[in-house]
Design a protein around this ligand. Structure first.
Ligand SMILES: Nc1ncnc2c1ncn2[C@@H]1O[C@H](COP(=O)(O)OP(=O)(O)OP(=O)(O)O)[C@@H](O)[C@H]1O
Ligand SMILES: [Mg+2]
Length: 158
């Protein structure tokens, strides 16, 4: 398993690889994710971070929309992983919330889920930052003062 030093989500990134978006509704979050997914090459991994209920699953739903997945994308908290076959791109949606050690992760065989023919999104990615390869797109979702407002910060590791 690849554990590059640059997996730390707090490392500095080039300005061109960083962006921030204010979402004012779940629909805006999905649309934003959908736009990112359209420009993301196959094999891209999205590492989603944010508090409970911040909108990680909502963001993943937007990624799936871009891949032509018409099944409902639901939280994989209990299933750990859900895989969807879009047309033609696949989507793997993983939740690390209940995993608390690298050995759990090895048992899951996480490398198999770095989707070569589509995209992968991991919720609670900051629980295990070291597993993520170079080129991972880190997404931090933060609730703001207004009820449906979220700041979505995106950083791509190089
Ligand atoms: N701007 C917004 N973006 C995303 N979700 C929003 C927004 N405003 C309100 N919400 C609501 O916040 C909730 C986000 O739920 P979601 O399941 O996506 O969060 P989560 O981060 O995946 O939670 P968990 O940590 O339990 O997995 C939904 O009920 C959604 O309707
Ligand atoms: Mg979720």
């Amino acid at each position: 398993m690849k554990r590059p030093a640059s997996a730390d989500p707090e490392r500095p990134f080039g300005v061109a690889n960083t962006s921030s978006f204010i979402s004012r509704s779940p629909a805006e979050t999905r649309t934003f994710a959908c736009t990112l997914a359209r420009s993301a090459p196959d094999g891209t991994v999205f590492a989603l971070c944010g508090d409970l209920g911040s909108g990680k699953t909502c963001f993943a739903q937007g990624l799936a929309l871009a891949l032509g997945i018409d099944q409902p994308v639901t939280s994989p908290t209990f299933a750990l992983i859900r895989e969807y076959r879009g047309t033609p791109r696949r989507f793997a949606h993983i939740d690390l919330y209940r995993l608390d050690s690298a050995s759990d992760l090895d048992a899951l065989g996480i490398d198999d889920y770095l989707e070569p023919d589509g995209l992968a999104a991991f919720e609670w990615a900051d629980r295990m930052p070291a597993i993520f390869p170079d080129g991972t797109v880190w997404v931090r979702i933060e609730s703001l003062d207004r009820a449906e407002e979220r700041r979505i910060a995106v950083k791509k590791t190089v």
